[in-house]
Design a binder for this molecule. Structure first.
Ligand code: NAD
Length: 253
């Protein structure tokens, strides 16, 4: 495995515009379950149905009694060694941005600055009519007080979590992610099954990709490096190798 880790370190150092794409797998070592991994939430078909627009708007009582509590598993966790390694690679100038499918906020908690949250976040909620933004806690409080769906105090519209549910449009960050991918010459993919569209199309925009993921992905054959191991083990090794590399010291990015 060490040779493959070395290849990733070299690719990061030699690339002109390296970016990262992360998925739920980078957060499993923080205690957040993924969807399609071995102990994933996908095993529970209900999770997909609960976290859908059909339930949010069609059966808000069910969404706010069950779906909202499902979102709680993504909150209040701490970043792990893999999140911290990506933040440090950005600090070194070896990652331009982290495009994440995650909603748990752990990249920012680890210190990453340029994070594109293409599936939204759990920090805010907003009104679907006037687009006023509230803390996420606004919808929790309204629901706990029996106001379902939560109502905007400004215009009376429905306030909903700023998370991309099944059937939703992507966030504006997705457009920015497409721009970043069109500039990128290397993408490091970490902890994603690469099965959720349209995020799964992004690796196809970048000429060179490397994958760190426990299970196989549809892009394994086109990747120049594939490591089936834990992100929290591999990424700190990538950091160790780039820091040892004399080329990095010479460049002084
Ligand atoms: P996924 O669940 O489809 O796939 C996760 C992949 O990560 C799996 O292939 C698994 O083998 C791998 N994995 C698990 N633990 C790993 C580890 N320690 N190291 C390396 N790889 C590991 O995830 P996805 O591709 O991101 O798609 C899931 C969708 O669900 C996303 O859209 C995301 O928004 C959402 N989701 C988010 C979170 C979160 O915010 N943490 C958690 C679950 C689901």
């Amino acid at each position: 495995m060490i040779q493959d880790v070395q290849k990733i370190a070299q690719a990061l150092i030699q690339s002109r515009y390296p970016v990262a794409l992360t998925g739920a797998g980078i957060s499993t070592e923080s205690g957040v379950p993924d969807f399609r991994g071995q102990a994933g939430l996908w095993q529970d078909e209900d999770a997909v149905d609960l976290l859908s627009l059909t339930t949010l708007y069609g059966d808000p009582q069910r969404f706010y009694s069950k779906g909202l509590s499902l979102l709680q598993v993504f909150r209040g966790k701490s970043p792990n060694a893999a999140h911290r390694a990506l933040a440090w690679l950005e600090e070194l100038g070896l990652i331009r941005c982290v495009i994440t499918q995650n909603i748990d906020g752990l990249h920012q908690a680890a210190g990453s600055q340029n994070v594109l949250e293409i599936h939204g976040n759990l920090r805010t909620s907003s009104c679907v009519i006037c687009h006023a933004v509230f803390p996420f806690e606004f919808v929790e409080k309204a629901a706990s007080e029996g106001q379902i769906p939560p109502k905007c105090p400004k215009c009376g519209g429905t306030v909903r979590p700023d998370v991309v549910f099944f059937g939703d449009d992507m966030t504006p960050d997705f457009g920015r992610a497409v721009e970043e991918c069109s500039r990128a010459d290397f993408m490091l993919i970490v902890g994603s099954s690469l099965q959720v569209a349209p995020a799964a199309y992004l690796p196809g925009m970048v000429p060179r990709i490397a994958i760190i993921n426990l299970d196989e992905t549809p892009y394994d054959e086109s990747a120049e490096v594939v490591i089936h191991a834990k992100a929290g083990t591999v990424l700190p090794e990538v950091v160790r190798l780039v820091e040892e590399d004399p080329a990095l010291k010479r460049w002084e990015r």
